[in-house]
Design a protein around this ligand. Structure first.
Ligand code: SDX
Length: 421
């Protein structure tokens, strides 16, 4: 196979190297395009543009493959803990028993936030969206942990990472408690990361609390399934914000805001709102399928379609199966699960969806499990953010260690030519 391509332009031949990935993906390296030809490329939404070379996550959209550091997502979801997968994504290898114990203990050492975070939390109006609070409090963490900004040494990078892994889980629980009007629970370092998350989120002041394995197991699996997804919108945001030398915490705060959008992580909330709308409307899925296909109608089938997956989203398959298991284990009978399955069945045999290769994505069934766990709809994307945190950290760290240049795309100007006042 040739290792370069030739561009014929203005009577000249310009050669550009071809770069081949571990799984044989190919890219044209256009680093010298503008200086050699005066040309730039134009690719709205970066549908055909690679932003970086990465060792972290591999997606094969045509075959529905997702691997973190070479491990298949199903293997990790069924056999690992979220902390082990976080370690794998951030440091590159599955941890030994002693590695994971040290990592989890180092996180426990940081499992507190400054009391003034509670004051900031309390200042948000009732009804404030949890994602907006989470983004703000994540940025506020910088003020209380100024040492997290300097990550020039391995030790300081590691310390900032364990600080964020620890404190983000408290922020996740506390924005939930704020949303529910419940008193805040402090962390418990005698239990695991996910058990502590569950306890901080769900322990009520008037009842004894004991962790339910069905809940912690479901949370563990969902967090793993959301942990990374190569150069998606929010991860690209985290990388480009970090490329300006903004701090890790500031970059993650920006990523949270990008994830909030309903076309991205906010879709898990939009899916449940859509399913509830269909249920309230009488459950006529065909009516809503027609709306979804009507270009003149703003309605879209939320939780369907994906920029990369053109066959099926492997995470959606795992979550769909988990939804049946969790609801059965919890004795929950949620009619919107049947509406979701009905929509999926119709879409998979509908010409419009087949032609456009639109399949359920990670967000289509996840909300049904969160709901069964007692998590409110507006908190679904916060759960996505906690899951994605180790992926964001891993990608940010890779960008820093690779000393990538500041992200600054070019443009084609189509505005007014020079004119006098
Ligand atoms: C996530 O990138 C990632 O990896 C993201 C993510 C991650 O883990 O980080 O996987 C998480 O964000 C999952 C996606 C969640 N979003 C949704 O479920 C929102 C609904 N989906 C769509 O908005 C859409 O499918 C996107 C945003 C997900 C993908 O959009 P693309 O790749 O830009 O595709 P497109 O909008 O160009 O759609 C191609 C065609 C269009 O029709 P035509 O103009 O060709 O006739 O498919 C149609 C679209 O109108 N289409 C849909 C549709 N999604 C696409 N039609 C109806 N319902 C939909 N959901």
């Amino acid at each position: 196979m040739k290792d370069k391509i030739t561009l014929l332009y203005n009577g000249n031949e310009h050669e550009f190297p071809l770069i081949k990935g571990s799984e044989n993906e190919l890219a044209i390296d256009i680093k010298t395009l503008r200086q050699n030809t005066g040309l730039i490329t134009l690719d709205p939404g970066y549908k055909n543009t690679g932003s970086c070379i990465s060792d972290i996550t591999f997606l094969d959209g045509e075959n529905g493959v997702l691997r973190y550091r070479g491990y298949d997502i199903a293997d990790l979801a069924n056999n690992s803990s979220f902390i082990e997968v976080s370690y794998l994504l951030i440091f590159g290898e599955l941890p030994s028993k002693s590695d994971v114990e040290k990592f989890e203990n180092d996180i426990k050492e940081e499992l507190l936030v400054h009391e003034d975070i509670k004051t900031i939390l309390k200042s948000f109006p009732t009804g404030a969206h949890p994602m907006g609070i989470l983004a703000s409090l994540t940025s506020a963490l910088i003020s209380f942990n100024p040492g997290s900004v300097d990550v020039r040494s391995d030790e300081k990078m590691y310390h900032a990472i364990v600080q964020l892994m620890a404190k983000f889980s408290i922020l996740t629980a506390w924005v939930h408690r704020k949303h529910e009007g419940l008193p805040l629970n402090y962390p418990d370092i005698s239990i695991s990361y996910v058990e502590n998350l569950s306890k901080m989120m769900f322990m009520k002041p008037n009842k004894n609390y004991s962790n339910q394995s069905v809940i912690t197991s479901a949370l563990n699996k969902l967090l793993i399934l959301h942990a990374d997804h190569e150069q998606n919108c929010s991860t690209s945001t985290v990388r480009i914000v970090g490329s300006s030398e903004a701090s890790l915490f500031a970059s993650i705060s920006a990523g949270i805001s990008a994830l909030w959008g309903r076309l991205h992580g906010g879709a898990n909330q939009a899916v449940i709102e859509m399913l509830e709308l269909i249920k309230r409307d009488g459950g006529d899925t065909k009516k809503f399928m027609s709306k979804a296909k009507d270009k003149n109608h703003p309605f879209r089938l939320m939780g369907f379609g994906h920029r990369v997956y053109k066959n099926f989203d492997p995470r959606a398959k795992i979550i769909k199966q988990a939804a049946d298991e969790v609801l059965s284990d919890l004795g929950v009978n949620d009619p919107i699960l049947e509406i979701a399955k009905g929509l999926e069945k119709e879409a998979l045999s509908d010409k419009y969806f087949i032609e456009r290769k639109l399949y359920p994505n990670v967000d289509f069934y996840s909300g049904i499990i969160y709901r069964a766990l007692g998590i409110p709809t507006q908190m679904f994307t916060v759960m996505f953010a906690l899951g994605r945190l180790p992926g964001w950290i891993a990608q940010w760290k890779e960008m820093k260690l690779n000393q990538e240049p500041i992200g600054r795309p070019r443009q084609i100007y189509k505005g007014r030519k020079h004119r006098k006042i």
